[in-house]
Design a protein around this ligand. Structure first.
Ligand SMILES: [Zn+2]
Length: 485
């Protein structure tokens, strides 16, 4: 069997002030024209490495194309998108006949002129392979499921966990189903249910945990091959935004549709129980002050999550920490390469006056003028990222401002794990509060050291209030902005 593999993705926040260009896809981070499987594991090459290992163990031939995954931001530039799509198609044509195409993509990539990049990639691939090749894709659960994707893929599987700690098992499942379909032992048929909802589902928390466990228990018997709960990515004003259920059954369209409809109704039923509670910045600071636990309270600045396309330089919470003279609090990671440069030039121990953050647009808040002392610098701040691979934050510094430990980085990336602080020497156990710029992926690695984990809704381009999110281009009427039609 001949198996063609590639990674190509980003998550597009159509409200982000940052465009996604060439450097985001073809800079040093997570870019390989080919051969990504021979490099250290990151979130981007993890599916490729998984597929190569499985295929070679089974005696199959692997044809490997690009690996490119850009940090979430705003619209991808048209020429960059078409160039990368072109590499995949060029490689697929050059490969000649293949039995299976496996693509790791995000599912919420929007480029100038393309609302549905993944559907477009799948359609181009199908045009080259013809109908007999099995085409499968593994997507982030924060994707937009579209008719073009459904028409051109035989198998679509999304992550089940948020945090996305299950990229590898989902990739294994896709490989297994695709190779069985190519061998003719199964006949996958997909069906979807449109939940017509915008929300955030945190899978460690009930009732979502039980729902995900049940989805998984439904798979691999009674003719059900795969069940995906697509959470959707709300910060994208595109036609297919919103939550959906996707079921793959073996040769039985009605069975797939019935289960998708049933599970879709269950998602609807748990809508109120699922809703997250968000604090204002001052309520978050009050919670830190009120905590009597020796362990730090961990708070997430969800609205400035780089992983959702934000600039990660919003200063609203920092401004309140400084104004209220809060001490023994750590906050990060701020994306401000200029401040990192100044601090590294000054060196450890120097005190300097700087203008931090607030640089990328109205959703960044105002810059903060402050005087701080450089406590540590590093050429490359590393943390554990999604899927357990390493995630680079680039040159970075620990800046101390009257007992507030601020992590400033050169590589825009959300805070995934405590190493983003501790690798600079910040002792989190001595902090009263730790504020991370992330929406949920930090959760599993911070929960163990925290007295509690709370969420702050500050201004920003990933602001979590679904009732006020405006999506005029989508043309969709979705809960909670309207009751279910
Ligand atoms: Zn996601």
């Amino acid at each position: 069997m001949r198996i063609f593999i590639a990674t190509f993705g980003t998550e597009t926040n159509t409200f982000s002030p940052l465009m996604t260009g060439r450097a985001a896809f073809m800079g040093e981070r997570d870019w390989y024209r080919s051969g990504a499987t021979h490099h250290p594991t990151t979130m981007a090459n993890l599916p490729l490495k998984t597929w190569r290992d499985l295929a070679e163990a089974n005696g199959h031939e692997v044809v490997e194309s690009i690996c490119s995954f850009a940090q979430p931001a705003g619209l991808t530039l048209r020429g960059v998108y078409e160039e990368l799509r072109g590499y995949i198609m060029e490689d697929l044509k050059a490969a000649g006949p293949v039995d299976v195409v496996l693509l790791s993509m995000h599912g919420a990539m929007v480029a100038v002129g393309y609302d549905d990049c993944e559907g477009d990639v799948l359609a181009h691939a199908r045009a080259i392979t013809g109908p007999d090749t099995v085409i499968g894709t593994v997507l982030d659960l924060h994707c937009h499921l579209t008719p073009l994707m459904m028409q051109n893929a035989d198998l679509i599987i999304t992550y089940k966990e948020y945090p996305h700690d299950d990229i590898q098992p989902r990739s294994v499942e896709l490989y297994r189903l695709a190779s069985e379909a190519a061998a003719g032992t199964i006949s996958p048929i997909m069906a979807e249910h449109d939940c017509r909802m915008l929300s955030i589902w945190r899978t460690p928390n009930q009732p979502v945990r039980a729902f995900v466990d049940r989805m998984q228990a439904l798979e691999s018997h009674d003719g059900i091959l795969s069940v995906s709960f697509i959470h959707g990515f709300p910060w994208a004003d595109v036609p297919h935004v919103g939550a959906k259920l996707l079921v793959i059954a073996d040769g039985d369209a009605k069975k797939a549709q019935d289960l998708a409809d049933q599970l879709g109704k269950e998602v609807w039923e748990m809508r109120e129980a699922n809703s997250s509670h968000y604090l204002t910045p001052d309520e978050g600071i009050d919670a830190i002050l009120a905590s009597t636990d020796a362990r730090p309270l961990v708070l997430a600045d969800v609205s400035d999550n780089a992983g959702g396309g934000a600039a990660s330089d919003n200063t609203v919470i920092l401004r309140r920490l400084i104004d209220r003279a809060i001490r023994d609090v750590a906050i990060g990671c701020f994306w401000d390469p200029q401040v990192v440069t100044f601090c590294r030039d000054a060196g450890v121990g120097e005190t300097l006056t700087l203008r931090l953050g607030g640089k990328c647009g109205p959703t960044s808040g105002d810059p903060v003028d402050l005087t701080g002392t450089v406590r540590a610098v590093t050429d490359n701040l590393l943390q554990i990222g999604l899927g357990g691979g390493r995630s680079s934050l680039g040159p970075a510094v620990w800046l101390d401002v009257n007992g507030i430990a601020i992590v400033v980085v050169s590589g825009r990336q959300q805070t995934f794990s405590p190493e983003a602080f501790t690798n600079l020497g910040i002792e989190l156990s001595k902090m009263r509060g730790v504020i991370v710029k992330s929406a949920q992926h930090f959760y599993n690695r911070f929960a163990g050291l925290a007295s509690d984990v709370l969420f702050i809704s500050a201004p920003g381009c990933v602001q979590p209030d679904m009732e006020t999110l405006k999506l005029p281009r989508s043309g969709r009427v979705l809960w909670p902005q309207a009751d279910k039609p």
